[in-house]
Structure formats: C-alpha cells, structure tokens
Design a protein. Structure first.
Lengths: 133, 133
C-alpha cells in the first residue's frame, strides 16, 4: 500500500467515533482494554533504522493480531531520539500473546542495541475518545 | 449513553484499521495529523472531579469538532494523580480552533485549580496504527 493511500485510510478510519468510559467499575476494569505507555531513548546514530523497525512491527501487529487495537508511536520534537508509544490491547491475554509473536521477537532482537533506555508505564484509562466511521 | 454502551461502541470502533505512514515526506508532514502529549499532575484531593471534567471535555470535543480525531486520557497506575493525554488533531488549524471552543474554555477554567503541573510535548508521528472497522 502506498503512503498516501495509508494516509487517506488513516483519515477515513480516524473519523470513527468511540467513547470509552473506562474504569468506572471493577467489572469494566477487568473487561476493558489494557493501555500502556512506553518511553524510549534511542541511539541517535541508529534512529532512522529504529523508526523503520518500529513501523514494520506496528504494521504487522495491527494487521495480524486481533487483540492489538492501537499502537501510536511518536518522537518528541525537542528530543527526536525520545520516542513514546501509546499501546492499546483488548485485554491482558492479548498483550501477553503479542509478546510471543515472531514479529515482536524480530523487533526486540533487531532493536535491542538501538535502545539506550526503556520505561514501561502501566495505566488506567480515564477516557479513550476517537472519531467514528 | 450508558457506560456499557460506550464500552461496546468503543470495542466496535476500535476494530477499525488504520495505518498512518506519517512523516515520510515533508508534504505529508504538512498535511498530516498534529499529535501532542500532555503530562499533568493533579491535586490528589480533586482527582475524581478532574477526571469527570476531563471525560466531559473529551466527549464533547470528539462529538462536536470534526478536526479532533482522538483524545486518549489515562492515569499512571503507580502514580494515579499523574495523567497523560495523547491528542491527535487533523492539523494545526483544528488544534487552534479546539482551544477557542466553549467546552475547552469551560474545562480550562473549571480545572485550573486542580492541575498542579502541566507539560505539553510536541511530537512527530512515527506510525499511528489502529484496527479498522
């Protein structure tokens, strides 16, 4: 798929509307999505290679894994080698299954010498709002 | 809308599929979405009131503003008064328009004494991947 097709598809799909009133009861917490934030510092000399590997891993995970709902990766404008990934999985099983996939193993092995620091933040969703189809 | 309806709608809409190959050319950077991360520290005594105000602001922004594509708000499990909001706007105009809306003004005025610290991080998207309908 060409980049501009992906962008159009993105804009189309991001017009989907969703409001997730998460965490308002313990039952919903159990059933609701698992959201994590990864904070990474990348070796500046290997930043482009890292971004390519991450992009491929995200594309494959979203395409192949039903329980991987969203993976949003950005770099900070003021510190481009600082990367943040906002990760949403259907539940904990989906997350643990994701860690065992060949594409995640490939990403992990291929990028371990590019990543200088990694912090994983567990979260409780307050509200996850996005546009509908 | 009841909480469980919102959750069902969320799961439905989060099955949407989108891959945004952002930032691969300067033209795309100009046309592509604006993504920011807000890092907030909330007065613990006012945390529930803040979460309610934020949830209302997100719900209204997504419903009324075509250019507000996604607002994902979470609190950190280890520091529940630390809030992160991952914000995606169609473009800079959409973001600036958002700041002028009555619902944003209401949120800003109503929460200013609840927020102890606020850091806004500008970002460059690497890849924004989410499920399709």
């Amino acid at each position: 798929m060409k980049a501009n097709q992906k962008l159009r598809l993105s804009i189309w799909a991001l017009t989907a509307y969703v409001l997730c009133a998460c965490g308002t009861s313990s039952a919903q917490k159990t059933a609701g999505p698992l959201v994590r934030i990864a904070e990474l510092e990348i070796d500046p000399a290997q930043l482009e290679a890292y971004k390519a590997a991450l992009g491929e891993e995200i594309e494959t995970s979203i395409r192949l894994e039903p329980g991987v709902l969203a993976l949003y990766a950005v770099s900070l404008k003021e510190h481009p080698n600082q990367v943040r990934i906002f990760e949403t999985y259907a539940n904990r099983d989906a997350y643990e299954s994701h860690l065992k996939t060949p594409h995640f193993s490939k990403y992990k092995a291929g990028t371990q010498r590019m990543i200088k620091a990694l912090k994983l933040l567990e979260t409780d969703p307050i509200r996850l709002g996005a546009k509908p189809i």
